[in-house]
Design a protein around this ligand. Structure first.
Ligand code: NAD
Ligand code: GLY
Length: 366
């Protein structure tokens, strides 16, 4: 009999695609975390060359009690490998091991592994179940939740993918101990995002507890992960496939994706590009008269304290605009931004190119 569930969970309510996010320290080694998994003969753990030596054994051992066969495929590490070639390594492993259509995929790693594993699960034999086991802060608070899966194309970020929900998300907070500080900051960027788009009280809490978060205080991290997942659950539960409110989760991403694509994927971390992109989007919100200077200053200071860049790379306004026209929110070539309407609420809006170009010039350095 599995032990009773005694860890915090956040529920994603999506009718027959509903699932829970388990959030606690030590879940990788706890029987209870692996109860209620989809039944199958085999499981395939998808991980990468950095995470495998740290955590693959533990997950293999936990799953050995659930599945007759547990296979592992180790991908090269990095955003630059989030592409067709690497995705194919997952299919090679599935087919090479004779995996059937009930095989359960486990994404053990950060957002890159999670997004690729989810896409592989969505398409292998037209769909097999998968479980997210996020090991970065960014993946625990954002990418493992909500069912967006994708790979990059050289011409644009996350351009090829599917909406495909996991069966379960298991966030072991202990895995954050080995995360490099730069990656921790990248995750803080996505946590900070939830404040101005949905919950200014949470932004106040982050402001007060930022030093504790940067020092990896377990209680502070546990609260930040849980509250972030709750906000994401609230948004995704209303709009699974981003036909409306879900777009607010892309605050900072129009500028951020342009930075990532413009510099080449992997030069800046996704969370760094989003952090700086949120600063740029705040400036644009101010120029449109939506927020005041005090908000922009406070928000910029918080991003900087979190260890994230607040000045964008000087790619030139034309290059930014070029990449932003490829963004998934663009409609008939018109660029769309998530802008802060008033602190705590956001909306998708267009803006004149000339104004956007001014913001880019003001916010970017050589
Ligand atoms: P990542 O997956 O590249 O992981 C960051 C680095 O940390 C990698 O080198 C990884 O190997 C390493 N790592 C992972 N866990 C570790 C651990 N516990 N200890 C030590 N090292 C560890 O990056 P990320 O920031 O997790 O995710 C970014 C990706 O997520 C981007 O591709 C972005 O597009 C995607 N994303 C997707 C969504 C979504 O909704 N699907 C949302 C946000 C971001
Ligand atoms: N990270 C944006 C979303 O999940 O919609």
């Amino acid at each position: 009999m599995p032990k009773p569930i005694d860890y915090p969970t956040v529920h994603i309510a999506l009718a027959e695609r509903s699932y829970d996010i388990a959030i606690a320290a030590g879940l990788l080694g706890s029987d209870a975390a692996w109860a209620q998994l989809p039944r199958a003969h085999a499981a395939l753990i998808v991980t990468n060359s950095t995470v495998a030596p740290l955590y693959a054994k533990r997950l293999e051992q936990a799953l050995a009690g659930v599945y007759a066969q547990v296979h592992t495929v180790v991908l090269p590490d990095g955003e630059a490998y989030k592409n067709w070639e690497t995705l194919n390594l997952i299919f090679d492993a599935l087919l090479g091991h004779g995996c059937d259509r009930h095989t359960v995929l486990f994404a053990l790693g950060g957002g890159v592994v999670g997004d690729m594993t989810g896409f592989a699960a969505a398409s292998y034999m037209r769909g097999v179940p998968f479980v997210q086991v996020p090991t970065t802060l960014l993946a625990q608070v954002d990418s493992s939740v909500g069912g967006k899966t994708a790979i990059n194309h050289p011409l644009g970020k996350n351009m090829i993918g599917a909406f495909y929900q996991p069966e379960r998300v298991v966030c072991d907070l202990d895995t954050l101990v080995t995360l490099p500080q730069r990656e921790l900051s990248a995750g803080l960027g996505e946590i900070i995002k939830y404040g101005p788009i949905a919950d200014m009280q949470f932004l106040d809490w982050i402001d007060t507890h930022l030093d504790a978060l940067l020092a990896r205080d377990p209680k502070a991290l546990a609260h930040a992960v849980k509250r972030s997942c709750e906000i994401k659950a609230w948004v995704v539960g209303q709009d699974e496939r981003e036909s409306g409110i879900r777009a607010i989760l892309n605050f900072g991403h129009t500028f951020g994706h342009a930075i990532e694509a413009g510099l080449g994927f992997g030069a800046w971390l996704h969370g760094e590009a989003v952090g700086c992109g949120m600063v740029m989007a705040s400036h644009l919100s101010q120029r449109l008269g939506l927020v005041d200077e005090a908000f922009v200053s406070r928000f910029t200071a918080l991003i900087e304290r979190a260890g994230l860049p607040i000045v964008g790379p000087k790619l030139g306004a034309d290059e930014y605009l070029h990449h932003m026209r490829v963004d998934k929110k663009a409609e008939a070539g018109e660029i769309k931004f998530v802008l802060i309407d008033k602190p705590g609420t956001a909306a998708v809006r267009g803006a004149p190119d000339a104004l956007v170009a001014q913001v880019i010039d003001d916010c970017c350095a050589g």
